[in-house]
Design a binder for this molecule. Sequence first.
Ligand SMILES: [Zn+2]
Ligand SMILES: [Zn+2]
Length: 308
Amino acid sequence: MKSTSVKVLVGRDRTPYIISSHLLEFSAYFRALLSERWMLLAREEDDRDSEEMLTVSIECEPDVFEHLLALLRYHSLRALPKLTDDEIFRLKKEADFYGIEVDDTPFSAPGDEVDDENDESKISSPTSDPTLLVKVTDNPGWDCELCGNNVWAVIFYLGYAFCVHCGNDAPKYKQFAHIMVAALRNSPVMDSHHDRMNAYLNGRPVFISDLGRSVVELNESIATYEETMLVTVTVPRCHCRCLASKPSWVVSLFHRHALCASCKRKLDHPRMLPLIFLAAARNAKHVPKLHMECYFRRGEKKTSPRPS
Ligand SMILES: [Zn+2]
Ligand SMILES: [Zn+2]
C-alpha cells in the first residue's frame, strides 16, 4: 500500500489532522478504511488530480484521538501522560474499536499478573496474522448485496472480506469497515484458533467435533475443517490477471475461496482453482509452524530470546 498523507477530520468540530498513512495502518480500522478508499480512487478516472489528499472523518474526540496517535506511534501506554482509571477504561474501548495494538500488558488492572511463558499466542494482534480468517454473522443492516445473506469472512492481514455464501468480495466501504470492526471484536474465535494452532504445533490432540475425533496435526485430509485458517501458496503456471511476477494465492480450504495476495482479486478461473486448492491442501501441514513463528517473533521483543 502506498505511503502518503491522509487528512483525518476528528470529532464534532472536524478538527483536521494530517497523518501519514503508514502510521494509520497500525490501526486495523484505518487500514481497512484506507485500502478501500484507495481502491475506489484507483477505479476512478486517471485524470483526477493525484495530488488530492485522501480525507476521512471519525467521531472520536480530539483529546482521545491524540492518545490513540501516541499508541499508534509507540505501541505503549508509557507514551501517554498519566491517566485516571476512567480515562484508561475509555481509551481501551477506543483502541479496541480502532484495532490498535499495544505492546504492554494492555490496560490490565493493577495486580493482574501475566505469565509471559505461556502467553505467546495472546501477544499477537489478529491484524498481524496472515493465516487467520474470522467469520462475522448477523450484523444488522449489512446483508450481502448479491445474495442477501449476512455471513462475512474477514482476512485482517489483507484488509479483505467476502460473503461466505456467494463469494461476493466487494462490500461497500462503509459496510467493509463495519464488518472489519465486528470481526476484531470476535476475540473468542481468535483465541480458540490460536489455542488449536498451539496444540498442533506441540503435537497435542485436538478434538474436532465435525470429524468426531481428535487430530494431532493438520494435513491434506483434515485441513478443510479448519474454518479460521488461511494458507498461502505459489503454484507454477497459475498467474493472476494483475501480472504479479510471483503471484501468491491466499486460500481458505473451508470456504473454498482463493484470492491473489497482490491485487486481492477473487480467483474464479476454472483451470487454476483446483490446482491452487490442491496445493493449499498439501501445504496445510506446514502452516501451523509458520503461524506460530509469527507469534514467537513478536514475543521475543519483550521476552528472552528463545532457541530456534
Ligand atoms: Zn453473498
Ligand atoms: Zn492479482
